[in-house]
Design a protein around this ligand. Structure first.
Ligand code: X2X
Length: 354
Protein backbone atom coordinates (compact mmCIF):
# COMPACT_ATOMS: atom_id res chain seq x y z
CA UNK A 1 0.00 0.00 0.00
CA UNK A 2 2.72 2.41 1.08
CA UNK A 3 4.62 1.63 -2.09
CA UNK A 4 1.62 2.41 -4.25
CA UNK A 5 1.18 5.76 -2.51
CA UNK A 6 4.76 6.66 -3.33
CA UNK A 7 4.27 5.55 -6.89
CA UNK A 8 1.18 7.73 -7.18
CA UNK A 9 3.08 10.73 -5.91
CA UNK A 10 5.93 10.14 -8.31
CA UNK A 11 3.37 9.82 -11.10
CA UNK A 12 1.78 13.16 -10.24
CA UNK A 13 5.19 14.83 -9.96
CA UNK A 14 6.20 13.45 -13.34
CA UNK A 15 2.96 14.58 -14.97
CA UNK A 16 3.46 18.08 -13.54
CA UNK A 17 7.04 18.19 -14.76
CA UNK A 18 6.01 17.17 -18.28
CA UNK A 19 3.23 19.77 -18.59
CA UNK A 20 5.55 22.45 -17.20
CA UNK A 21 8.18 21.75 -19.87
CA UNK A 22 8.57 24.64 -22.30
CA UNK A 23 7.61 23.86 -25.90
CA UNK A 24 11.24 24.28 -26.94
CA UNK A 25 12.22 21.31 -24.85
CA UNK A 26 10.07 18.87 -26.84
CA UNK A 27 12.19 16.23 -28.48
CA UNK A 28 13.55 17.00 -31.93
CA UNK A 29 12.86 14.57 -34.74
CA UNK A 30 15.77 12.60 -36.11
CA UNK A 31 14.88 13.92 -39.57
CA UNK A 32 12.57 16.61 -40.96
CA UNK A 33 10.88 16.08 -44.32
CA UNK A 34 10.93 18.91 -46.86
CA UNK A 35 8.78 18.83 -50.00
CA UNK A 36 9.42 20.49 -53.36
CA UNK A 37 7.66 19.91 -56.67
CA UNK A 38 10.44 20.00 -59.26
CA UNK A 39 13.77 18.22 -59.64
CA UNK A 40 16.65 18.94 -57.23
CA UNK A 41 18.73 20.27 -60.15
CA UNK A 42 16.55 23.36 -60.72
CA UNK A 43 17.40 26.71 -59.05
CA UNK A 44 14.36 25.98 -56.83
CA UNK A 45 15.90 22.63 -55.83
CA UNK A 46 19.42 24.00 -55.35
CA UNK A 47 18.20 26.88 -53.17
CA UNK A 48 16.20 24.46 -51.05
CA UNK A 49 19.18 22.14 -50.63
CA UNK A 50 21.30 25.09 -49.53
CA UNK A 51 18.71 25.91 -46.84
CA UNK A 52 18.91 22.33 -45.54
CA UNK A 53 22.72 22.35 -45.63
CA UNK A 54 23.13 25.65 -43.77
CA UNK A 55 20.64 24.58 -41.10
CA UNK A 56 22.34 21.22 -40.54
CA UNK A 57 25.73 22.87 -40.24
CA UNK A 58 24.74 25.73 -37.94
CA UNK A 59 22.61 23.58 -35.64
CA UNK A 60 25.43 20.98 -35.55
CA UNK A 61 23.03 18.36 -36.85
CA UNK A 62 20.23 19.05 -34.35
CA UNK A 63 17.98 19.89 -37.30
CA UNK A 64 18.50 17.42 -40.07
CA UNK A 65 16.40 18.13 -43.18
CA UNK A 66 15.78 15.66 -45.99
CA UNK A 67 14.69 16.96 -49.38
CA UNK A 68 11.87 15.13 -51.21
CA UNK A 69 11.69 16.41 -54.83
CA UNK A 70 8.87 15.54 -57.24
CA UNK A 71 6.18 16.16 -54.57
CA UNK A 72 6.56 12.47 -53.67
CA UNK A 73 5.29 13.08 -50.11
CA UNK A 74 1.85 13.83 -51.59
CA UNK A 75 2.00 11.20 -54.32
CA UNK A 76 2.97 13.84 -56.88
CA UNK A 77 -0.22 15.86 -56.33
CA UNK A 78 1.30 19.29 -55.83
CA UNK A 79 -2.01 20.98 -55.03
CA UNK A 80 -2.21 18.86 -51.84
CA UNK A 81 1.20 19.96 -50.59
CA UNK A 82 0.02 22.90 -48.47
CA UNK A 83 -2.72 20.88 -46.73
CA UNK A 84 -0.26 18.09 -45.95
CA UNK A 85 2.06 20.69 -44.48
CA UNK A 86 -0.68 22.17 -42.30
CA UNK A 87 -1.60 18.73 -41.06
CA UNK A 88 2.00 17.87 -40.24
CA UNK A 89 2.27 15.11 -42.84
CA UNK A 90 5.11 17.23 -44.22
CA UNK A 91 7.40 19.21 -41.86
CA UNK A 92 8.73 21.84 -44.24
CA UNK A 93 8.37 22.94 -47.85
CA UNK A 94 9.49 25.41 -50.46
CA UNK A 95 6.37 25.77 -52.54
CA UNK A 96 5.01 27.76 -55.47
CA UNK A 97 2.28 30.32 -54.90
CA UNK A 98 0.39 28.67 -57.77
CA UNK A 99 0.29 25.26 -56.11
CA UNK A 100 -0.83 26.70 -52.78
CA UNK A 101 -3.43 29.09 -54.21
CA UNK A 102 -6.29 26.66 -53.55
CA UNK A 103 -5.59 27.09 -49.81
CA UNK A 104 -4.66 30.78 -50.09
CA UNK A 105 -6.65 32.37 -52.97
CA UNK A 106 -4.75 35.66 -52.50
CA UNK A 107 -1.66 33.92 -53.94
CA UNK A 108 -3.41 34.20 -57.32
CA UNK A 109 -2.34 37.85 -57.39
CA UNK A 110 0.95 36.79 -59.05
CA UNK A 111 -1.01 34.90 -61.72
CA UNK A 112 -3.18 37.82 -62.83
CA UNK A 113 -2.28 37.94 -66.51
CA UNK A 114 0.27 40.64 -67.37
CA UNK A 115 0.09 42.40 -63.99
CA UNK A 116 3.83 41.90 -63.51
CA UNK A 117 6.21 43.57 -65.92
CA UNK A 118 9.65 42.43 -64.87
CA UNK A 119 11.79 41.58 -61.88
CA UNK A 120 11.42 45.01 -60.35
CA UNK A 121 7.63 44.69 -60.10
CA UNK A 122 7.90 41.13 -58.81
CA UNK A 123 10.29 42.30 -56.06
CA UNK A 124 8.00 45.25 -55.30
CA UNK A 125 5.23 42.76 -54.48
CA UNK A 126 7.13 40.12 -52.52
CA UNK A 127 9.31 42.60 -50.58
CA UNK A 128 6.52 45.12 -49.88
CA UNK A 129 3.08 45.37 -48.26
CA UNK A 130 1.57 42.75 -50.55
CA UNK A 131 4.22 40.20 -49.51
CA UNK A 132 3.68 40.97 -45.83
CA UNK A 133 -0.09 40.59 -46.16
CA UNK A 134 0.32 37.25 -47.94
CA UNK A 135 2.65 36.02 -45.19
CA UNK A 136 -0.08 36.89 -42.65
CA UNK A 137 -2.49 34.69 -44.62
CA UNK A 138 0.02 31.83 -44.49
CA UNK A 139 0.43 32.31 -40.71
CA UNK A 140 -3.35 32.22 -40.25
CA UNK A 141 -3.32 28.75 -41.81
CA UNK A 142 -0.92 27.43 -39.19
CA UNK A 143 2.21 27.56 -41.30
CA UNK A 144 5.30 29.71 -40.60
CA UNK A 145 6.53 31.64 -43.68
CA UNK A 146 10.20 32.63 -43.67
CA UNK A 147 11.38 33.88 -47.06
CA UNK A 148 10.42 34.51 -50.71
CA UNK A 149 12.26 32.76 -53.51
CA UNK A 150 11.16 32.46 -57.11
CA UNK A 151 10.39 29.93 -59.79
CA UNK A 152 10.28 32.64 -62.45
CA UNK A 153 8.46 34.22 -65.34
CA UNK A 154 6.50 31.55 -67.13
CA UNK A 155 6.88 31.18 -70.91
CA UNK A 156 4.87 29.20 -73.45
CA UNK A 157 6.18 26.18 -75.26
CA UNK A 158 4.50 23.87 -77.75
CA UNK A 159 5.22 21.24 -80.37
CA UNK A 160 3.09 22.64 -83.20
CA UNK A 161 3.86 26.17 -84.34
CA UNK A 162 5.24 29.59 -83.41
CA UNK A 163 2.80 31.60 -81.31
CA UNK A 164 2.82 35.34 -82.01
CA UNK A 165 -0.87 36.12 -81.51
CA UNK A 166 -3.82 34.63 -79.60
CA UNK A 167 -5.11 33.16 -82.91
CA UNK A 168 -2.02 30.96 -83.08
CA UNK A 169 -3.12 29.23 -79.88
CA UNK A 170 -6.55 28.32 -81.21
CA UNK A 171 -7.41 24.66 -80.60
CA UNK A 172 -4.03 23.76 -79.11
CA UNK A 173 -4.10 21.68 -75.92
CA UNK A 174 -2.00 23.23 -73.15
CA UNK A 175 -1.27 21.71 -69.77
CA UNK A 176 -2.07 24.26 -67.05
CA UNK A 177 -1.30 24.25 -63.33
CA UNK A 178 -3.71 23.88 -60.43
CA UNK A 179 -5.65 27.13 -60.31
CA UNK A 180 -8.85 27.77 -62.26
CA UNK A 181 -7.43 31.16 -63.18
CA UNK A 182 -5.19 29.37 -65.71
CA UNK A 183 -8.18 27.57 -67.26
CA UNK A 184 -9.80 30.96 -67.75
CA UNK A 185 -6.67 32.53 -69.30
CA UNK A 186 -6.11 29.74 -71.80
CA UNK A 187 -9.80 29.50 -72.69
CA UNK A 188 -9.90 33.26 -73.30
CA UNK A 189 -6.97 32.84 -75.69
CA UNK A 190 -8.83 30.17 -77.67
CA UNK A 191 -6.68 27.27 -76.47
CA UNK A 192 -7.83 24.09 -74.72
CA UNK A 193 -6.50 23.97 -71.15
CA UNK A 194 -5.89 20.65 -69.41
CA UNK A 195 -5.18 20.77 -65.69
CA UNK A 196 -2.63 18.25 -64.45
CA UNK A 197 0.34 17.87 -62.13
CA UNK A 198 3.87 18.46 -63.35
CA UNK A 199 4.59 14.71 -63.30
CA UNK A 200 1.52 14.04 -65.44
CA UNK A 201 2.45 16.93 -67.72
CA UNK A 202 5.83 15.41 -68.54
CA UNK A 203 4.18 12.09 -69.40
CA UNK A 204 1.54 13.85 -71.52
CA UNK A 205 4.24 15.78 -73.38
CA UNK A 206 6.23 12.62 -74.06
CA UNK A 207 3.19 10.77 -75.37
CA UNK A 208 1.99 13.87 -77.29
CA UNK A 209 -1.36 13.92 -75.47
CA UNK A 210 -0.93 17.67 -75.13
CA UNK A 211 0.60 20.22 -77.48
CA UNK A 212 2.14 22.61 -75.01
CA UNK A 213 2.79 23.85 -71.50
CA UNK A 214 3.97 26.97 -69.69
CA UNK A 215 6.88 27.15 -67.23
CA UNK A 216 10.01 29.19 -66.57
CA UNK A 217 12.87 28.38 -68.95
CA UNK A 218 14.87 26.94 -66.02
CA UNK A 219 12.20 24.23 -65.63
CA UNK A 220 11.95 23.74 -69.41
CA UNK A 221 15.73 23.25 -69.54
CA UNK A 222 15.90 21.03 -66.47
CA UNK A 223 13.78 18.37 -68.19
CA UNK A 224 15.02 19.29 -71.68
CA UNK A 225 11.56 19.82 -73.13
CA UNK A 226 13.27 20.61 -76.46
CA UNK A 227 14.19 16.92 -76.73
CA UNK A 228 10.52 16.00 -76.11
CA UNK A 229 9.24 17.91 -79.11
CA UNK A 230 8.54 21.27 -77.41
CA UNK A 231 10.38 23.15 -80.14
CA UNK A 232 8.45 26.43 -80.15
CA UNK A 233 8.91 28.87 -77.28
CA UNK A 234 7.16 32.22 -76.89
CA UNK A 235 8.56 34.71 -74.40
CA UNK A 236 5.49 36.51 -73.15
CA UNK A 237 6.18 36.97 -69.41
CA UNK A 238 2.47 36.74 -68.64
CA UNK A 239 2.84 35.68 -64.96
CA UNK A 240 5.59 34.76 -62.51
CA UNK A 241 5.43 32.41 -59.55
CA UNK A 242 7.37 33.13 -56.38
CA UNK A 243 8.17 30.24 -54.05
CA UNK A 244 7.84 30.40 -50.26
CA UNK A 245 10.14 28.84 -47.64
CA UNK A 246 7.93 27.53 -44.79
CA UNK A 247 7.80 25.33 -41.68
CA UNK A 248 4.82 23.56 -40.07
CA UNK A 249 3.74 25.44 -36.91
CA UNK A 250 4.11 22.54 -34.43
CA UNK A 251 7.54 21.72 -35.75
CA UNK A 252 8.53 25.39 -35.49
CA UNK A 253 7.25 25.59 -31.89
CA UNK A 254 9.22 22.50 -30.94
CA UNK A 255 12.54 24.22 -31.73
CA UNK A 256 14.50 26.41 -29.32
CA UNK A 257 14.41 30.17 -30.02
CA UNK A 258 18.06 29.98 -30.99
CA UNK A 259 17.41 27.22 -33.54
CA UNK A 260 14.40 29.12 -34.93
CA UNK A 261 16.67 32.10 -35.59
CA UNK A 262 19.14 29.86 -37.38
CA UNK A 263 16.40 28.34 -39.56
CA UNK A 264 14.93 31.76 -40.41
CA UNK A 265 18.28 33.34 -41.29
CA UNK A 266 19.28 30.30 -43.33
CA UNK A 267 15.98 30.51 -45.26
CA UNK A 268 16.64 34.16 -46.08
CA UNK A 269 20.20 33.46 -47.22
CA UNK A 270 19.18 30.43 -49.28
CA UNK A 271 16.28 32.40 -50.84
CA UNK A 272 18.63 35.20 -51.94
CA UNK A 273 20.93 32.64 -53.52
CA UNK A 274 17.97 30.89 -55.15
CA UNK A 275 16.61 34.10 -56.69
CA UNK A 276 20.04 34.98 -58.08
CA UNK A 277 20.31 31.50 -59.53
CA UNK A 278 16.78 31.59 -61.00
CA UNK A 279 17.74 34.80 -62.81
CA UNK A 280 21.40 34.09 -63.52
CA UNK A 281 21.11 30.46 -64.48
CA UNK A 282 19.48 31.78 -67.60
CA UNK A 283 22.86 33.11 -68.65
CA UNK A 284 25.04 30.31 -67.34
CA UNK A 285 26.19 29.20 -70.77
CA UNK A 286 27.88 32.53 -71.34
CA UNK A 287 25.42 33.26 -74.13
CA UNK A 288 21.88 34.34 -73.47
CA UNK A 289 19.58 31.49 -72.57
CA UNK A 290 17.29 32.23 -75.47
CA UNK A 291 20.21 32.21 -77.90
CA UNK A 292 21.26 28.92 -76.36
CA UNK A 293 17.77 27.52 -76.98
CA UNK A 294 17.95 28.70 -80.59
CA UNK A 295 21.33 27.02 -81.00
CA UNK A 296 19.63 23.77 -79.95
CA UNK A 297 17.07 24.18 -82.73
CA UNK A 298 14.25 25.76 -80.72
CA UNK A 299 12.28 28.47 -82.48
CA UNK A 300 12.06 31.34 -79.99
CA UNK A 301 9.42 34.04 -80.50
CA UNK A 302 10.05 37.33 -78.71
CA UNK A 303 6.89 39.43 -78.73
CA UNK A 304 7.06 43.05 -79.79
CA UNK A 305 5.19 45.47 -77.46
CA UNK A 306 2.27 45.57 -79.93
CA UNK A 307 2.09 41.80 -80.18
CA UNK A 308 2.20 41.52 -76.39
CA UNK A 309 -0.62 44.04 -76.11
CA UNK A 310 -2.91 41.74 -78.09
CA UNK A 311 -2.49 39.04 -75.42
CA UNK A 312 -3.10 41.63 -72.71
CA UNK A 313 -6.33 42.72 -74.41
CA UNK A 314 -7.51 39.14 -74.94
CA UNK A 315 -7.12 38.33 -71.23
CA UNK A 316 -8.43 41.61 -69.81
CA UNK A 317 -11.87 40.21 -68.89
CA UNK A 318 -10.20 37.33 -67.03
CA UNK A 319 -8.08 39.83 -65.12
CA UNK A 320 -11.14 41.82 -64.11
CA UNK A 321 -13.07 38.73 -63.01
CA UNK A 322 -10.15 37.44 -60.93
CA UNK A 323 -9.39 40.82 -59.42
CA UNK A 324 -12.62 40.41 -57.46
CA UNK A 325 -11.91 36.77 -56.60
CA UNK A 326 -8.40 37.54 -55.34
CA UNK A 327 -9.60 40.60 -53.42
CA UNK A 328 -9.92 44.15 -54.79
CA UNK A 329 -7.94 45.81 -52.00
CA UNK A 330 -4.97 43.51 -52.34
CA UNK A 331 -4.91 43.75 -56.15
CA UNK A 332 -5.13 47.54 -56.01
CA UNK A 333 -2.18 47.56 -53.63
CA UNK A 334 -0.31 45.33 -56.09
CA UNK A 335 -1.21 47.56 -59.05
CA UNK A 336 0.12 50.60 -57.22
CA UNK A 337 3.32 48.77 -56.29
CA UNK A 338 4.13 47.66 -59.85
CA UNK A 339 3.21 50.82 -61.72
CA UNK A 340 6.73 52.27 -61.69
CA UNK A 341 8.19 49.27 -63.46
CA UNK A 342 8.43 49.60 -67.23
CA UNK A 343 7.25 46.64 -69.28
CA UNK A 344 10.22 44.67 -70.48
CA UNK A 345 10.30 42.04 -73.10
CA UNK A 346 13.05 40.16 -71.39
CA UNK A 347 12.59 39.32 -67.74
CA UNK A 348 15.89 37.54 -68.34
CA UNK A 349 17.62 40.88 -67.99
CA UNK A 350 19.38 40.17 -64.70
CA UNK A 351 20.43 43.76 -64.11
CA UNK A 352 17.65 44.27 -61.58
CA UNK A 353 18.55 42.60 -58.30
CA UNK A 354 17.44 42.94 -54.75
O1 X2X B 1 3.94 22.42 -62.07
C1 X2X B 1 4.60 23.35 -62.51
O2 X2X B 1 4.41 23.82 -63.63
C2 X2X B 1 5.66 23.96 -61.64
C3 X2X B 1 6.82 22.97 -61.48
O3 X2X B 1 6.15 25.12 -62.23
C4 X2X B 1 5.04 24.27 -60.34
O4 X2X B 1 5.17 23.57 -59.38
C5 X2X B 1 4.17 25.48 -60.27
Amino acid sequence: MRNQGWRGLIGVALALAVTALPAAAQPYKAEYSLSIVPDAGTPWGKGTQLWADIVRERTRGRINIRLHPGATLVGGDQTREFTALRQGVIDMAVGSTINWSSAIPEFNVFSLPFLLRGYRSLDALTQGDVGRELFRRVEEQGVVPLAWGENGFRQLSNSRRPIRAPEDMRGLRFRVVGSLLFNDIFTALGAVPAQMTWNEAMRAIRTRKIDGQENPITIYNNVRLDTLGQRYVTVWDYVADPIVFVVNRQVWDSWSPQDRDIVREAAMEAARFEVTLAREDLLSTGRGTLEDLEARGVKVTRLTPDQRQRFVDATRAVYTKWKTLVGRDLVEKAEAAVKDDTPINKPHDVSVRR
